[in-house]
Design a protein around this ligand. Sequence first.
Ligand SMILES: *[C@@H]1O[C@H](CO)[C@@H](O)[C@H](O)[C@H]1NC(C)=O
Ligand SMILES: [Zn+2]
Length: 500
Amino acid sequence: MRRCRFTPVVLLQLTFYAGLRDEFWTDNELGEHHWSKHFPYCGGAFQSPIDIKSELLRFDPTLRPIEVQNYNLSPNEQLTLGNNGHSVQISLPPKMYISSLPHRYTAAQLHFHWGSSSRPAGSEHMVNSKQYAAEMHVVHFNSDKYHNMSMAVDKSDGLAVLGVLIEVGEFNPAFEHFLKFINGIKYRGQKVQLSGFNVRALLPARLDEYYRYDGSLTTPPCYPSVLWTVFRNHITISHKQFLDLSTALYSSHAQDLTHVPLNGNYRKSQLVDSRVVLVSFKEGRGLHGPLTVTSPLIRKRIVQQLLVGDLADLADERLYQLLPSGSEKLHAGKEKELKEQESETLDKVKKQTLNPSPARKSQTNRFVGKLGLAEDAMCYISLEKRVSLQLKQRHTENQLVRALRDAVFLELNFKSYLDCKSDLALPTIRHILRGRPTDEAFELDRSLTKALMNHRKTSTTIKKSVPGTNYGSLSPATVPGKPHNQGYPHPWLLPMEWED
Ligand SMILES: *[C@@H]1O[C@H](CO)[C@@H](O)[C@H](O)[C@H]1NC(C)=O
Ligand SMILES: [Zn+2]
């Protein structure tokens, strides 16, 4: 029941801790460090925001430019500008949508995160640890599959958010459409009507250059339901405009005795888990640019090999295929082989399509079904209910967070791996191997664990290790004992020279 009360509310970014002052981002009982007590997903997998570091980047040539429709609203259109106690938010009409993703994602609202007048650093996403002055989020939901925002918010394919980094610099005329009314919504719960304007003008000029990853809502209940697009190019607002945004508002109601300024409303960077960040652009990052993603075909082939193929082969020479992308570097000269394999895989897939092998097919489907992908949209609310029920009253908050994470991580990791947005994590590989209790499976597990330990050694010699969360992931960002914010370059992630 708890979820049912919170979800629609948080979704629409209205107030939910009614009666409580907004101390959401401060270091107290209600601060972000305590979110997971009440909202277990906040302590779970695939959280946002993240620090988008060079070593996480993978160039994906299939990423199309973002296309938005009907963003140029007529002045006759009525929008609502509101202060919800956590942010300033503009409602958006459902005719606005993103047309360039596999599903139609319909716009719902946009809102901002910002620093304070004394500290103009309040973006949620960071790029190579640089925090921008502010960040805009244009929130969309998957309207092909879900009826409204409330239905979509807790589904793994429910939301798509466009993130725009904002720097203090040149005056931005587009912001005046709503900043001129900001003094009318000083207090929490206040709203004013706004005439339509060209929302496209709030986005950077180039919509073809962006970062893409799988993440979450950055406010409770933190469902990992967001397909994130963060544009590479920031926009600017003037210093005065930044002050308008960061000093005009209070997170308290007009009738409250004391008034709490609304600023610093950003969540800190979260663990990367096994994720990588896809980029739609190639130039200008390091000597050779980012690595290119391993194709989904090769990924599917690896999964198939784990399911029914020759494990000794994987444990032997092809171990690097299970390790984070870029570890091919350790096997100099393998790129060519990789390309050959890719075309070989293509041939195989073609042959299989013409002449499918029924045994293999059903086995893959069974696995995919076991991971829940057959349902194709996990519902986080019901999952939390199930886990809570299983744990009954005896559970501690930590156990609930942990159990939820265990329940959700494998599925997210697997889905994200097939979409090229993560590396295969060790728990996921072990899960897949459960159906193969052979000596070869044991040997592969051993080899992987060993490779992981070698990797740990290598990384500790490079930089002194800081305790970090380990989720058994093979990702360079979460290898045991590995600092979360490690330096670049990483030995496994030195840019490869791709011939193209
Ligand atoms: C969203 O859609 C569901 C199912 O169609 C409906 O039951 C619910 O009332 C809707 N919620 C809102 C806030 O419109
Ligand atoms: Zn946001």
